[in-house]
Design a protein around this ligand. Structure first.
Ligand SMILES: *[C@@H]1O[C@H](CO)[C@@H](O)[C@H](O)[C@H]1NC(C)=O
Ligand SMILES: *[C@@H]1O[C@H](CO)[C@@H](O)[C@H](O)[C@H]1NC(C)=O
Ligand SMILES: *[C@@H]1O[C@H](CO)[C@@H](O)[C@H](O)[C@H]1NC(C)=O
Ligand SMILES: *[C@@H]1O[C@H](CO)[C@@H](O)[C@H](O)[C@H]1NC(C)=O
Length: 258
């Protein structure tokens, strides 16, 4: 595990024919966790979802106050949603959120708004994130990530798919790089249908984008949503961003993590 395979695959419509109807109609996720990092009170957003604050949360390690602090963004662009982006947890030493969830595949979204928090400028923040042994981000800098796309600080989120096994909880660990700090504005964890991207039948495979070779994977492979190909469609409404984004997109590319 924790090996980045450096391969990109494209998943096409065919696999999702079964699960889309399930997704849009009757699928009820068992786990829905919306954690607004650095905030103490629950806040309901205009899409009707309630984000719980993380400061008194049962998901925090008991020594959270030794390892981290909370802060509000130094300023906020009016185009950025206040929840979960207005507040952050700044992490100074290895820090693990521990989520009791049922087994099965989960969407995991990490929300970032790379500004200055207290005296900490996120441009100097480098860190890694692992989840149950999968390496999700490595020596990651949210400020550089977003300014390479937009040329200005803005909010964004990263979406991953991770299978949680029978005996596990979902442990998400932030590890600051040497003499640096980590930060995160929000965490979202939502159960997903078990056959959305993998099938019980082992002969389902996907062509790799770069050379067309077939790649096989099952639910022990973690995925990161890498590119979204909007194929001649209308822009999608992203009300329940992470979750529906994961479910509704039919043609997309994933980076594969093992
Ligand atoms: C914080 O607690 C975790 C376990 O809950 C432990 O592994 C870690 O060493 C502790 N860190 C410090 C700095 O005490
Ligand atoms: C934090 O985790 C990293 C990677 O697992 C490890 O190398 C490092 O020793 C840990 N640091 C502390 C203070 O526990
Ligand atoms: C992983 O996939 C196998 C084969 O489809 C299935 O039997 C198993 O329940 C899945 N495990 C989880 C935790 O989703
Ligand atoms: C944070 O660092 C960036 C890059 O060095 C710099 O452009 C920006 O002005 C800094 N922000 C603050 C509030 O100091």
């Amino acid at each position: 595990m924790a090996l980045y395979l450096s391969m990109i695959i494209t998943i096409l419509n065919l696999l999702l024919s079964i699960t889309i109807s399930q997704a849009s109609g009757t699928y009820q996720p068992r786990d829905v966790i919306l954690l607004n990092c650095g905030e103490s009170s629950p806040i309901k957003t205009s899409d009707g979802r309630t984000w719980e604050g993380d400061t008194l949360s049962r998901f925090l390690p008991s020594n959270a106050s030794m390892l981290s602090e909370t802060s509000s963004a130094s300023s906020q662009d009016s185009s950025v949603n206040p929840v979960p982006y207005m507040t952050a947890r700044l992490i100074h030493s290895n820090f693990t959120y521990n989520f009791p969830v049922v087994s099965g595949p989960k969407f995991v979204c990490l929300y970032f708004y790379p500004l200055t928090y207290s005296s900490f400028n996120s441009s100097t923040s480098f860190f890694s994130v692992t989840a149950n042994g999968y390496s999700l981000l490595s020596n990651f800098n949210a400020y550089l990530t977003v300014s390479s796309i937009n040329h200005q600080a803005s909010s964004f989120f990263k979406v991953f798919v991770i299978t949680v096994w029978e005996t596990e909880q979902l442990k998400i660990t932030f590890t600051p790089s040497q003499s640096s700090f980590a930060f995160v504005n929000g965490l979202e964890i939502v159960s997903m249908p078990s056959n959305l991207y993998t099938k019980d039948l082992s002969f389902i495979s996907y062509p790799l984008v770069n050379n067309g070779d077939l790649f096989y994977f099952d639910n022990s492979t973690a995925l990161e949503n890498s590119y979204r190909l909007n194929v001649g469609g209308k822009p999608m409404l992203m009300i329940r961003e992470c979750f529906e984004r994961g479910l509704m997109i039919r043609t997309l590319s994933w980076v594969i993590w093992e």
